[in-house]
Write a new protein. Structure first.
Length: 554
């Protein structure tokens, strides 16, 4: 995108409510230096072993010593952090276990956990800890580092003296080694607004010939997955939408037509004619217009039409992100590039399509807009997946090289699905420079835990994992944006779900949905407790005062 001047930026932001970047880094320790490691406190509750420092692996704890396993409980506790006057406090880190034969030892028993507390007593055993739910434990190969996922710090653990901690356990029969590095805690000042945007190839959804065989199950799984992820916008690829199979209307109906909307261009695709669609929260997103970007120039010896898989043009969805009466416009460019089919022409068509698209987006029509290009790129942003030509660079190198105007925020993500070997992802997100200050750094991630929530995910739903990125904005001097934050505990819960809030809830109407989108509870919140004892065991979504939270019923 054309780099806009500060004068234009001030005018544009003033017209849209003064949105500014607001992310704050509270803690950032690699643990790969002795100085970084020493910022944490080591406490051995039992056993002779304890957390130790490694310049290669970071913080390391193992109960294996003298050729035998030993019983241990060891804590690694952060320095104090002030979590007051900030929202969306999130912990991330990288971790691994090993050796290979021991990689899953103790996972089911809860031997490797992350916690937070509002008041550390100096003794882990007498401290009131809150377990941080959602920790990604899907380490399949010994010593393979994975991302923890975004672990939200609940309100119960927030104070001016908060800490996070890692607890390691082993016993005399079995012990693994747990390694942790790159520990980061981020947050946003109160009054900021965040939006989650998710990109997902839903694998021939609505097509009766290809993809998962059980169409109704796939549709239900996709709807359930989107409710579970709880993003504000979903850009979907490989969608068919016909009068006999109205995929978009069916998804919206299952998710709740009062809360959700959707669109696809063209609106009637034909059976198994893959197109790119959008699903969005009505309360948070306004769909302004939808069309196809079908007017690009020829490139690489082909027409623009042929380069985009003979007419599977990028879909343009102009939306407004909403919070109160303030809006911010975003142009979503949802693409599905030519797939790799074993010959050099596929790579050339992806490259030509990329060149034609960039020509459109560099034009005065788009070069000062907030643009997000996302979809199934069918190739990497760095290097290429093609092995049938003398190609070493990405067909999207034209975007990546133009770093002043575009940022491929997913270019360094490695696919957690190793069925095709270890490789970068092909479902990508590129943003224009206008959104550089609003993108939450390192928030782009694969929804790696989703297959754990949907039985036989890769066979019943999709072989692709969704990619989610978070964008945050702050509204200055507008009290209506100071919405109360709330959280739930315990999670998992057996009987009573407690709700704590940082402010006054304006709307106390409470609704609980299961993962099929079915409403299982509704009523006004009285006090700070909801009795969920009658709910069957499973994962649920609680909606309250315009926000959502996931919880697990045991």
């Amino acid at each position: 995108m054309q780099k806009i001047t500060h004068h234009f930026l001030v005018i544009a932001l003033a017209g849209f409510g003064m949105w500014l970047n607001a992310q704050t880094t509270v803690l950032n320790e690699t643990l790969l230096t002795q100085e970084s490691f020493n910022t944490f406190t080591r406490v051995s509750v039992s056993g002779a072993q304890e957390w130790s420092f490694s310049p290669q692996y970071g913080a390391v704890c193992s109960g294996y010593f003298n050729n035998q396993s030993n019983a241990n409980e060891d804590w690694l506790i952060s320095p104090e952090m002030n979590f007051l006057q900030i929202d969306d406090v999130t912990l991330t880190f990288n971790h691994t276990r090993g050796p290979g034969a021991m990689v899953s030892v103790g996972v089911a028993e809860g031997w490797y956990k992350a916690f937070a507390t509002a008041n550390y007593t100096g003794n882990p055993s007498t401290t009131s800890w809150v377990e941080l739910s959602g920790l990604n434990q899907s380490i399949t190969d010994g010593w393979q580092y994975i991302a923890s996922g975004n672990l939200e710090i609940p309100s119960l653990a927030k104070s001016a003296h908060s800490r996070i901690a890692f607890r390691y356990i082993s016993n005399a029969a079995q012990s693994a080694t747990w390694e942790i590095k790159n520990v980061k805690v981020t947050a946003v000042p109160q009054g900021t607004v965040s939006f989650r945007i998710t990109n997902w190839n839903a694998e021939w959804l609505g097509c009766t010939q290809f993809g998962p065989e059980n169409e109704s199950l796939q549709l239900s799984n996709v709807a359930s997955a989107m409710l579970l992820m709880d993003s504000d916008v979903y850009c979907l690829q490989e969608i068919s939408n016909t009068p006999s199979m109205p995929t978009i209307a069916s998804l919206v109906a299952q998710m709740g037509s009062t809360q959700w909307g959707g669109a696809i261009v063209p609106s009637n695709t034909g059976d198994c004619n893959q197109r790119q669609a959008i699903i969005y929260k009505k309360a948070r997103v306004q769909l302004v217009s939808s069309s196809e970007l079908n007017n690009g120039n020829p490139a690489q010896g082909n027409t623009y039409h042929y380069n985009w898989t003979s007419g599977r043009f990028p879909a343009l969805y102009n939306i407004n992100l909403l919070s109160g009466s303030t809006v911010i416009p975003v142009s979503l460019v949802n693409i599905h590039a030519k797939a790799e089919d074993g010959n050099e022409s596929s790579y050339i068509r992806r490259k030509g399509g990329s060149e034609g698209l960039k020509g459109i987006l560099d034009s005065p029509t788009y070069n000062s807009k907030n643009v997000i290009i996302l979809g199934d790129f069918n190739d990497y942003l760095i290097g290429t997946s093609s092995d049938v030509c003398n190609c070493t660079v990405s067909p999207y190198k034209n975007f990546i090289d133009d770093a002043g105007n575009y940022n491929g925020i997913t270019k360094d993500i490695t696919d957690v699905n190793t069925n095709w070997g270890i490789r970068p992802i092909i479902d990508n997100v590129v943003i224009s420079n206008e959104l550089a200050d609003n993108y939450v750094g390192s928030s782009a991630m694969q929804e790696a835990l989703l297959p754990n929530s949907i039985p036989d995910y890769y066979f019943t739903t999709s072989t692709h994992l969704p990619i989610t990125a978070v964008f945050q904005f702050e509204v200055l001097g507008t009290p209506e944006f100071q919405q109360a934050a709330w959280t739930v505990y315990p999670n998992p819960v057996k009987n009573e779900l407690n709700i704590t809030s940082t402010g006054t809830l304006e709307d106390k109407q409470t609704t609980i949905y299961d993962l099929t989108g079915r409403q299982v509870f509704t009523g006004r919140l009285s006090g700070e407790v909801i009795n969920v004892s009658a709910l069957p065991a499973g994962i649920y979504i609680l909606k309250l005062d315009g926000r959502s939270a996931r919880f697990v019923k045991e």
